[in-house]
Every structure is written in structure tokens, then in C-alpha cells.
Design a protein around this ligand. Structure first.
Ligand code: DP6
Length: 354
């Protein structure tokens, strides 16, 4: 599948080229997101092989302060602090991010940066912090660009932050906007782009307002295979083309559902996406499985509970063992009782969209 390539000139900085001598600090907060239509497979540089759609969360967030002062050297200079402690092991990823975005952020070598970052969700909970972390950092960089005189308006700033965040971690570009967002060029969504995410431009039924995502932490800590490695394995994957087409089709089918609030069809699409993501992992070379026995048990329990009670509760998965339990706000009491009984031994993060 050949996807067209868009012009990136609009993201080049409007700042006059000079060595900046300012110093100061900016800060930003960015939430995590959960994809309903999954991004899985990419090509250079961070161009998705299919469009994705996600709910931006509320409580699971990264808060970042970026301090900057004149840099006497001619190279990148940065230090990362996580929850107050210096974390040299986080720095290589930020160096390669800075290298990637240098053409669009011309002041990166002018400053010595200190990145102070923390998450509202527990460390090593298995919740990916790359989306919220890269989103917050990208927002900080556009803030500095404006301090230096770029004069980006609110919309341009978010668009550029989304563009930059994508170059740090694909899913991060969707976190810059609240609510429902879409990333990846598709005929189904007008204004969509491979280069940045956009706020979902169509009608959304009120049932999706404050839609719940309770994350059941089946496995905490580092995943055995990273998302980046998983995306790579899609390059020679025997079923890749079919998967990209199927994501496109699922997105197309989801649009009327988001409008009319048909939760049954919503569940069918979302659960199919989750399982096809994991099917890709199980059929890549080398194959691997990120789900755990308790992931499967909870999925089965959700299916049984739904059948017996007709409560509209569904699951999705990210690239890990944790189960994201999705349900409308008005079902919170029933679902929380169900989860207490069936997932009580696992920690949970009760989040919601919007
Ligand atoms: C399964 O955005 O973490 O969560 O671009 O390599 O940083 P990189 O990957 P990443 O992949 C996310 C994969 C996913 C699906 C999704 O969020 O769409």
C-alpha cells in the first residue's frame, strides 16, 4: 500500500535564524490516550500504515517542566529528571527525538535543557507513558517557540505540537487534543493527516461523553516486547496488508456508531480491533504473546457478564496484558461492582474520556 506524502513546510519554524540567548522555563500537562482503532505498523518517519482513532483520557497524565538556558556548546544538551531524580537512561530517547525534530525547532542546540517530568499514574504500572510524555514535551517546545517570538496561534500551536509529538512516539500525536482524535490520512475523515492528529470532526452521541476506561493492571512493569519492536515486525508480516485494510474498514464503520450511540456495534468494532492487534503479535516472525492468563479470564468474564446482564461493557487492549474496560458513565455502579468481584486482586486506574 502506498500512502501519499504531505508537505511538511508549514511546520518549519518562522523564527529568524540566530543564536538565542534567553533563559526561562515553561510547563505543560498532557494526558494518555486509548486507541479504539489501533495504530500498528509504520514507515519512515513515523508515518502510520493505517489511520487510528482514540479517546484521550483525563486522569492519567504527564506533567512536564522544561527549563532552558544558553548552551555554550554547539551540540544538544539535556538532562531528564523523573519525579525529582536524574534519569540518564531516559536521555537517549530524547536525544534522538531532538535530532528528528531539529529542522522544525531551530533553537534546540541554543539551549541547555532540563526536563522535569512526573506522571499522575503509578510508575511501572504498565501504562505507557510515551504518549503523554512526548505530548507534554512537544507542547513545552511550542511554548518556547512562542516565547522566542514565533507567534503561533492556539490552533497552530496544537497542530505543531501534535506534529512534533508524532516524531517522538506515534500515539503521542493524538494525546495533544482532548476527547476523540484521529491520526492518519483516510478518506473517511475529512482533514485527517499522516503527519498529525486532528480532533474528531463529526457528531458524537452523548452516551460517549465521560465514557469510562477502567484500566485493570494485569501485569505491571516493562513489557517483554516494546511497541517500537512490534511495529517493526509488521514490515514483513504475512497478514499486514489485510490488517491495514481492516483497520481502515473498522474506522469507517465506527463513524456512524459514534454518531448514533449504537453500543453493541461499538463493542463489536472495538473488541475486534483489540484482538486483531494481538493476533498480529501472535503471527509475526518471531511471534509473541503479550496477553496473560488473567487477561483472557477477564475478557471471558466481561463477555459472560454482558450476556447475562445486558450491561454495555467492552474491553480493549493496548500493546500489553492490561485490560481497558470501557463503558458509559451511567453504568459505573454496576461495572465497578462486577470488577470488584472479577478483577479485585489487580490494581485499577479509573479513568474517562473528555
Ligand atoms: C498498540 O505510539 O507506542 O498502543 O510510535 O513506536 O512510539 P511508537 O509506538 P506507540 O504505539 C502504540 C501502539 C498501540 C496502538 C495505538 O495507540 O494506536
Amino acid at each position: 500500500m502506498i500512502r501519499y506524502f504531505e508537505n511538511m513546510d508549514e511546520f518549519k519554524s518562522k523564527l529568524n535564524h540566530k543564536k538565542f540567548e534567553e533563559q526561562g522555563s515553561v510547563s505543560a500537562v498532557c494526558p494518555s490516550n486509548i486507541a479504539l482503532i489501533k495504530y500498528w505498523g509504520k514507515r519512515e518517519i513515523q508515518i502510520p500504515m493505517n489511520p487510528s482513532l482514540s479517546f484521550t483520557l483525563n486522569k492519567s497524565r504527564t506533567e512536564t517542566e522544561l527549563k532552558f538556558k544558553p548552551n555554550p556548546t554547539n551540540d544538544f544538551s539535556l538532562k531528564v529528571f523523573f519525579e525529582g531524580n536524574h534519569q540518564p537512561d531516559f536521555e537517549p530517547k530524547i536525544y534522538s527525538f531532538f535530532k528528528r525534530i531539529e529542522d522544525f525547532v531551530p533553537f534546540l542546540k541554543d539551549f541547555e535543557f532540563e526536563i522535569h517530568t512526573s506522571n499522575t499514574f503509578p510508575h511501572s504500572s504498565g501504562i505507557a507513558s510515551s504518549a503523554s510524555g512526548m505530548g507534554a514535551l512537544a507542547l513545552c517546545l511550542t511554548e518556547i517557540e512562542n516565547l522566542l517570538g514565533a507567534d503561533l496561534n492556539a490552533d497552530q500551536k496544537l497542530k505543531k505540537a501534535s506534529f512534533l509529538a508524532r516524531l517522538g512516539s506515534g500515539s503521542a500525536c493524538r494525546s495533544v487534543y482532548p476527547g476523540v482524535t484521529v491520526w492518519g490520512k483516510t478518506d473517511s475523515v475529512s482533514g485527517s493527516s499522516d503527519l498529525y492528529a486532528i480532533p474528531y470532526p463529526y457528531k458524537i452521541h452523548p452516551i460517549f461523553k465521560n465514557f469510562r476506561d477502567t484500566v485493570v493492571l494485569i501485569e505491571e512493569g516493562q513489557k517483554s516486547v516494546s511497541s517500537t519492536a512490534g511495529h517493526d515486525l509488521m514490515n514483513d508480516h504475512p497478514y499486514a496488508e489485510k490488517r491495514f485494510e481492516s483497520a481502515e474498514e473498522n474506522l469507517k464503520k465506527l463513524i456512524p456508531v459514534l454518531k448514533n450511540g449504537d453500543l453493541e456495534t461499538f463493542g463489536t468494532i472495538v473488541e475486534h480491533e483489540a484482538l486483531s492487534l494481538h493476533a498480529m503479535m501472535m503471527t509475526s516472525h518471531p511471534y509473541y504473546i503479550l496477553m496473560k492468563p488473567d487477561t483472557m479470564k477477564l475478557i471471558e468474564n466481561i463477555w459472560t457478564f454482558r450476556k447475562q446482564t445486558s450491561v454495555p461493557v467492552f474491553f480493549t487492549l493496548d500493546a500489553g496484558a492490561n485490560v481497558h474496560v470501557l463503558f458509559p458513565e451511567n453504568q459505573s455502579e454496576k461495572v465497578s461492582q462486577f470488577l470488584k468481584e472479577k478483577a479485585g486482586n489487580h490494581k485499577m486506574i479509573e479513568d474517562f474520556t473528555g
